[in-house]
Design a protein around this ligand. Structure first.
Ligand SMILES: NC(=O)c1ccc[n+]([C@@H]2O[C@H](COP(=O)([O-])OP(=O)(O)OC[C@H]3O[C@@H](n4cnc5c(N)ncnc54)[C@H](O)[C@@H]3O)[C@@H](O)[C@H]2O)c1
Length: 350
C-alpha cells in the first residue's frame, strides 16, 4: 500500500479550486485526494475530472463521504457557516483535519469543533497562510533580531475596495461580521505572530456605515493589549476608497525604542531611524526566501506533522486564541466595552 496520506476534500470551488490545482500538486508524492465533496454538481464534475476521481469518490453530501471514503485526513474549504458540520463530522470519523480559517463563524461553533477534536484525539491545523509569506517572514525576522530596540506597539491595516456588491465573493456581502470573520481573523493572527504573544484585552468597534455593498459589518477599528505588554492597533475597511492595503499587501508597522519597521503595499520592509537634529534614515531590508510560500507552507507543515514531524505553529490549540480575539472583538463592539480575551478563552476551555 502507498504511504501517501489520503485526503477527503470538502469544497471544490472558490478557494478550494486553488487548493486542488495549486496548493496540493507540489506534494503529490506525499498525498492524494481520494474523495471530494461539493454541493455544486458542475464544480464537482470539473474538479473531480481534474483529480481523476471515480464516480464513487464524488459526493454532494459530506455525511455520505464520511461514511464511505477511507481517508487519513480531511481538508475543509467551504464557507465558515458550514465548518462545524464538516470538522465535527471529520473528527467523529477519526480523520485529522486541515481547515481553512476561521475555525468557525461563531464562538459556540469554534468550541464545538474544539471539543469534538479533543474527544476524538485527532490532529487539526488551521490555515493561517499569511504568516508564511516572504514579506511577513522578513518583517518577523527583523523584529526578532531587535532592529527596533525594545518594541512598544504595532499598527496593522487592511483596506480593500469592495464597494461593488459581491466584489469579495457573494457570501461575504451577506453574512454578519463580514470584515472580522472573513478578514480580520488573518490580521489578528498575524498580530499574535509578530508580537510573539496572545491578545490580553481588545476594545473597539465594527460597523456598517450604511453602504449597500454589505449586509453586515464591514469596517472595524480596534486597540489591543498583548500578554507581553505590547499594544496593537488594527484598522480594517472593506469600503476603502483611498490607499489600498488589500490581500497580500497589508500594512504593518512595529514601533520601538530604536526605530520602526514598516511594511506597506510595495512589499518592502523598511527600517526607519530618527536621529535628533539630523532626520530620519531609511534602510530597505532584503526580502528573505522561503521554501514554501503561504498555503503551500501550510500543506507541507501539516503533512510533516502527520508523517511524525513537528507540530505546526497554527494547530487548533494555538488558533483558538486567534478565534478568541475575533469573537472578543465582536463582543467588545456589541457591549461597547473592553473584553478580557484571556478570561474569555479560559472560561471556555480552561
Ligand atoms: N486563507 C486564505 O487566504 C483564504 C482565501 C479565501 C478563502 N478562504 C477560506 O476558504 C473558505 C471557503 O471560502 P471561498 O471563498 O472558497 O467560498 P466560496 O463561496 O467560493 O465556496 C467554496 C465552495 O464551497 C462549496 N460549498 C459551500 N457549502 C458547501 C457544503 N456544505 N458542502 C460542500 N461544498 C460546499 C461552494 O459550492 C463552493 O464551490 C472559507 O473558510 C474562507 O474563509 C481562505
Amino acid at each position: 500500500m502507498s504511504d501517501k496520506k489520503r485526503c477527503l476534500m470538502i469544497g471544490a470551488g472558490g478557494m478550494a479550486g486553488g487548493w486542488i490545482r495549486h496548493f496540493f500538486p507540489p506534494f503529490s508524492n506525499r498525498m492524494e485526494v481520494v474523495g471530494l465533496v461539493e454541493i455544486r454538481e458542475d464544480v464537482l464534475k470539473d474538479q473531480g475530472d481534474f483529480l481523476n476521481l471515480n464516480d464513487n469518490q464524488r459526493f454532494t453530501r459530506m455525511e455520505d463521504a464520511f461514511s464511505q471514503v477511507d481517508a487519513d485526513f480531511c481538508t475543509i474549504v467551504i464557507p465558515p457557516a458550514y465548518h462545524r458540520q464538516a470538522a465535527v463530522g471529520a473528527a467523529e470519523a477519526g480523520l485529522d483535519i486541515l481547515s481553512e480559517k476561521p475555525i468557525a463563524d461563531s464562538w459556540e461553533d469554534c468550541l464545538a469543533i474544539y471539543e469534538a477534536v479533543k474527544k476524538a484525539g485527532v490532529k487539526m491545523q488551521v490555515t493561517q497562510n499569511y504568516r508564511f509569506t516572504p514579506r511577513i517572514q522578513t518583517l518577523k525576522q527583523a523584529a526578532d533580531k531587535g532592529l527596533v530596540g525594545t518594541p512598544y506597539y504595532l499598527m496593522a491595516r487592511f483596506a480593500a475596495d469592495y464597494r461593488n456588491r459581491n466584489a469579495w465573493g457573494k457570501f461575504r456581502h451577506e453574512i454578519d461580521h463580514s470584515l472580522l470573520v472573513e478578514g480580520s481573523v488573518h490580521h489578528f493572527d498575524q498580530l499574535r505572530h509578530l508580537t510573539g504573544a496572545d491578545c490580553a484585552t481588545i476594545a473597539g468597534w465594527e460597523w456598517n456605515p450604511g453602504h449597500a455593498s454589505f449586509d453586515g459589518e464591514c469596517i472595524g477599528t480596534y486597540v489591543m493589549t498583548m500578554t507581553n505588554n505590547l499594544r496593537a492597533h488594527y484598522e480594517g475597511n472593506c469600503l476603502e476608497s483611498g490607499a489600498q492595503n488589500s490581500w497580500h499587501a497589508e500594512y504593518y508597522r512595529i514601533v520601538g525604542s530604536e526605530g520602526a519597521l514598516v511594511l506597506d503595499s510595495d512589499h518592502k520592509v523598511r527600517l526607519l531611524k530618527h536621529v535628533p537634529r539630523e532626520g530620519v534614515s531609511t534602510e530597505e531590508l532584503p526580502t528573505v526566501g522561503v521554501t514554501y510560500d503561504g498555503h503551500q507552507a501550510i500543506v507541507d507543515q501539516f503533512l510533516s506533522w502527520l508523517e511524525g514531524g513537528d507540530e505546526p505553529p497554527t494547530v487548533l490549540d494555538d488558533n483558538i486564541k486567534s478565534a478568541a480575539m475575533l469573537f472578543g472583538a465582536i463582543d467588545a463592539s456589541e457591549r461597547n466595552e473592553a473584553v478580557d480575551v484571556v478570561a474569555k478563552l479560559k472560561s471556555a476551555i480552561g
